[in-house]
Design a protein. Structure first.
Length: 538
């Protein structure tokens, strides 16, 4: 009976895993909540959400759509979970939300349709448990390594325990407002209101035929008029127009936005002209203070030689160093994946200091190694280069050049001249059967190799085949030793294979193996992987 329960759990988990496609897709999660059960109703969200659904579907998005009674907390979480599990590491994602929102103790929450009234909740902690945490939604996306995420929040983050403000999307705080969330690289936030402001549902002078909120209708207009314009251009235009219209209606509303993209992104597709004009090419952005000062002293020949040498050094794989904005805000001892090599290295890159070149630098947080720093060619939309490996935290790298990309050269990349991996190169992952030199069937070892394949079908077949060959505890012990430090794909593959063992989990799982799997379950932050481990070891 126990194995039957485990099997049922894994059928569900495998179904979720199989929904991730290998090819890039455009997906959207759209929510509009107007008629709240215990809070004041809002007029526009249902119209806002439906309009956005129409636009994104016309632009080729696969849309998950929630409105009305489908937006209770349980269904919201279930639908969100399924949406996240469907995402691949090349997908482009848009999340749109129109409805009530609050900020409490520095955290932002979206409010489901069945949320309790402020009077029913005894305290903020109790209320928070009934809401949808924005930070937890962001964490879930981070676990899937989604490269591009566009957030559009037409809601206001305010404290619901303060006085209510009729006709606004705030629950009433005069000291709340937008929490300026800064997501990881690849994230862009559209906020309907700025700090200490409320997002207006409707203006007093709006004619009856206007159904959408002020912010969403301006944003929709800009997208329809300029579908191939980067969001970094769209957001300031929306901000300016909403502010002007709100002023005329006697309201203060200045939308905010956070730009964390390393490439251009457009709602339909970025036009080649915009892409090629908005970002400097690799060859024009290589510079250091030493070379510039050499040329300024008049030693042109030496300067040219230095430039050419540095250009040669730029021919290699690259890692992201951070943005100009983060360089002005970060602190020396701060650890963040927004600047994987640390604040000091980022600032040196921004200031064109050659001291960061040619010497070992410690990687603070793990970072993808790309084929090269992003470049933009005429006739092609801006896209990130392929990942050819992962540089782990606490390892050392030696940079041979620093290059900048972006409309104003605002993103910095470090080139590793000694590394020349191609996009077609397979990243070699450890295989405990081969690495230990143990006497195992080479066919089984090949299945273990395939658990890390970039091809979804190959990985699934390898899990199945490996499960058929697992028949004793000795093999399981070898597979799970130090599994917590192995790749994500390897961990899922091994755990699923163990669950499929024909002799039954109890007969092949030793005490040592259970300890390793429990350690891995505690170490991982991925909810899917954690569920798999618990199912195997229960």
């Amino acid at each position: 009976m126990r194995n039957l329960v485990v099997a049922q759990v894994f059928v569900a988990v495998l179904f979720m895993l199989s929904s991730t496609e290998a090819v890039a897709q455009r997906k959207a999660f759209i929510v509009g909540i107007s008629d709240y059960e215990n809070l004041s109703d809002l007029e526009s969200p249902q119209f806002d959400a439906n309009e956005f659904r129409t636009i994104l579907e016309a632009y080729g998005f696969n849309v998950t759509f929630l409105e009305g009674s489908n937006t209770d907390r349980l269904n919201f979480n279930n639908q969100w979970g399924e949406f996240v599990e469907s995402l691949g590491d090349t997908d482009e994602v848009v999340i749109y939300y129109s409805g009530h929102g609050v900020e409490m103790k520095g955290k932002s929450y979206l409010i489901p349709v069945d949320a309790p009234s402020p009077q029913a909740a005894k305290n903020e902690q109790g209320l928070a448990g009934e809401l949808i945490s924005l930070s937890e939604m962001m964490d879930a996306l981070g676990m899937r390594n989604v490269p591009t995420v566009i957030w559009i929040l037409d809601a206001c983050r305010n404290n619901p325990y303060a006085q209510k403000a009729t006709g606004t999307k705030a629950l009433g705080s005069d000291t709340g407002g937008v929490l300026q969330t800064q997501g990881p690289v690849g994230t862009f936030f559209f906020y309907a209101a700025n700090f200490s402001q409320r997002a207006v549902d409707r203006l007093a002078n709006d004619p009856p035929e206007v159904k959408m909120s002020l912010y969403t209708r301006v944003l929709v207009e800009q997208i329809k008029n300029n579908p191939d314009e980067p969001v970094t251009f769209v957001a300031p235009k929306v901000q300016k127009k909403v502010f002007e219209l709100a002023k005329k209606g006697g309201v203060d509303q200045l939308p905010a936005y956070y730009a964390g993209l390393s490439t251009d992104w457009c709602f339909r597709s970025c036009s080649p002209e915009v892409a090629s004009a908005s970002v400097e090419t690799l060859s024009t952005t290589i510079r250091t203070k030493d070379i510039i000062s050499t040329v300024s002293r008049g030693d042109v020949r030496k300067g040219i030689e230095s430039f050419s040498t540095l250009a040669d050094n730029s021919d290699g794989n690259a890692i992201y160093l951070g943005s100009a904005e983060d360089a002005t805000k970060c602190s020396e001892f701060e650890v963040s994946d927004r600047f994987p090599l640390g604040c000091n290295v980022l600032r040196a890159a921004k200031n064109a200091e050659s001291g960061v070149l040619g010497k070992p630098l410690t990687v603070r947080t793990a970072v993808n190694m790309r084929y090269r720093a992003p470049t933009y060619a005429t006739g092609q939309a801006a896209k990130p280069e392929c990942a050819v490996g992962v540089v782990p935290a606490q390892s050392s790298v030696v940079l041979t050049a620093v290059v900048s990309t972006g409309a104003q050269g605002e993103y910095y990349w470090g080139v590793i001249g000694s590394s020349h991996k191609e996009c077609s190169d397979k990243i070699r992952f450890s295989n405990p059967l081969r690495d230990t030199g143990a006497d195992y069937d080479p066919v089984v070892a090949e299945y273990v190799d395939q658990l890390n394949s970039s091809d979804t079908k190959t990985r699934r077949e390898a899990r199945e085949k490996l499960g058929e060959h697992i028949s004793d505890a000795k093999l399981v012990d070898a597979l799970v030793k130090n599994i917590a430090t192995s790749s994500y794909r390897y961990q899922i593959g091994v755990a699923v294979a163990i669950s499929k063992a024909e002799n039954g989990i109890d007969k092949i799982l030793s005490d040592d193996a259970r300890i390793e799997l429990n350690k891995a379950a505690k170490a991982t932050k991925d909810p899917t992987l954690k569920a798999i481990y618990h199912a195997v070891t229960q």
